[in-house]
Ligand binder design. Structure first.
Ligand SMILES: Cc1cc2nc3c(=O)[nH]c(=O)nc-3n(C[C@H](O)[C@H](O)[C@H](O)COP(=O)(O)OP(=O)(O)OC[C@H]3O[C@@H](n4cnc5c(N)ncnc54)[C@H](O)[C@@H]3O)c2cc1C
Length: 377
């Protein structure tokens, strides 16, 4: 009997985590699978990413925990200050230890991406395959790519992110048959715009936070003229992940933040997102990244040495990217032979969001949404 053929749309963290799970199936249950990734190469970019404590048993079961643990720091606290350095408070993450026997962990997203990628055989990943639509019937499912190629399988896993083409095809079909709930019609909310980066190794004498074994997130809530949040997250190898964020209303105009704190609660005048222009991480116009960095660079860093400019200048340019953070939980996550995982069905504000829980990370989402959580937890 021929093996089950699985297509995975997207080689982000969700798609790769899924592939590692499939790699671990026992011999008699092995399936064939293929990842179709839009990018022409898998780009390990991003900033810090946190893994909720509840996902650690899954990582252990997949046999990748020791690598991840080596690259991570346990997440202990958020420490929040105003721009002038005065304290606003702390948030304790010890509950992870109490509830799950583990702290959540924090690591560089590029490191997590590399670890997952190293467990997936290269021949299982096809790059330059942008899926434009999908079709399915009783006999199988097909992915139609922008380069006119078509791939067939028995099951399709849509791990193609917030603007998932798989979801759009599936929903079109379900809607045509009156099977899509109303809440899934509404657009994705875009209210966070963030520039993120990871520095080269820094001197712990200048940034004492690097000497700590645990990872305390340092957050500054600031901006008299333009409201912003600045996050600094100490990583392994003396690196610091940082992010500068503000609210977005996907408005037009060239100014990047609204003119006052009050206004910032309703508008954040960054250039129009209008979905396809900045659909993803790292695809922003470099001028807008520079505009935001220039605005922030002279501000003193209340948690360390010098100014924010010192952090920005110690960050390799290719490790700085601008991100739109979307937020929406879709109710429908499967239909026929198609299942959606990760951001394709449950997009929430990750690292850098203003005060949103950090726990909604991909592998957990992936495991839970796809029903694997119960099996792997
Ligand atoms: C480059 C990048 C950097 C990120 N950095 C951070 C970070 O620093 N901190 C943090 O907390 N979160 C970060 N995120 C978000 C975080 O990784 C995701 O929220 C989370 O991992 C969910 O993963 P996912 O696999 O569901 O979606 P994603 O990580 O968005 O991956 C989706 C994948 O699908 C591919 N894809 C999209 N459309 C198509 C298509 N039509 N056909 C084929 N392939 C397609 C994309 O190229 C991408 O590789 C980043 C995401 C990306 C893509």
């Amino acid at each position: 009997m021929s093996r089950l053929q699985i297509l995975i749309a997207g080689g982000g963290l969700g798609g790769l985590a899924m592939a590692v799970m499939l790699e671990r199936l026992p011999e008699h249950k092995k399936v064939d699978y293929l990842i179709l990734e839009r990018s022409t190469f898998l780009n390990p970019i991003g900033s810090a990413i946190s893994l909720h404590a509840s996902v650690i048993p899954l990582l252990k079961q997949l046999g990748i925990w020791s690598e991840i643990e080596k690259a991570s720091k346990p997440m202990s606290h958020f420490s929040i200050k105003r721009e002038d350095g005065s304290d606003l408070g702390t948030v304790d993450f010890a509950y992870g230890q109490l509830d799950y026997s583990f702290y959540g962990m924090v690591l560089a997203r590029p490191d997590l991406h590399e670890i997952l990628l190293s467990h997936v055989p290269p021949e299982k990943i096809l790059t330059g395959k942008r899926i434009v639509s999908t079709t399915q019937d009783d006999f199988g499912v097909s992915c139609h790519c922008a380069d006119s190629t078509i791939y067939h399988g028995d099951i399709l896993i849509g791990a193609d992110g917030a603007y998932s083409a798989v979801r759009q095809s599936l929903y079109k079909d379900l809607r045509a048959h009156g099977n899509l709930p109303r809440q899934d019609f509404s657009p994705i909310k875009l209210d966070q715009v963030v520039v993120v980066g990871i520095t080269s190794p820094l001197n712990p004498l200048e940034y004492p936070m690097l000497k700590e074994d645990v990872c305390q997130f340092r957050i500054v809530l600031g901006g008299r003229d333009r409201a912003y949040t600045m996050w600094m997250v100490p990583l392994t190898d003396n690196r610091v992940a940082w992010s500068i964020g503000g609210r977005s209303d996907a408005l037009n105009g060239s100014s990047f933040w609204s003119e006052s704190q009050e206004e910032a609660t309703t508008s954040f005048g960054l250039k129009a997102h209008q979905n396809s222009r900045f659909p993803d991480w790292g695809e922003a116009e470099s001028e807008s990244i520079e505009e935001i960095c220039d605005y922030m660079r002279t501000k003193p860093n209340p948690f360390g040495y010098g100014t924010y400019g010192d952090l920005i200048d110690r960050t390799p340019k290719h490790l700085i990217s601008r991100v739109m953070f979307e937020e929406k939980g879709f109710r429908t996550w499967y239909g026929g032979r198609t299942v959606l995982i990760g951001d394709a069905c449950h997009k929430s504000v990750p690292f850098g969001g203003q005060g949103k829980p950090l726990s909604r990370m991909v592998i957990l989402n992936t495991a839970r949404r796809s029903g694997l959580g119960e099996r792997y937890n």
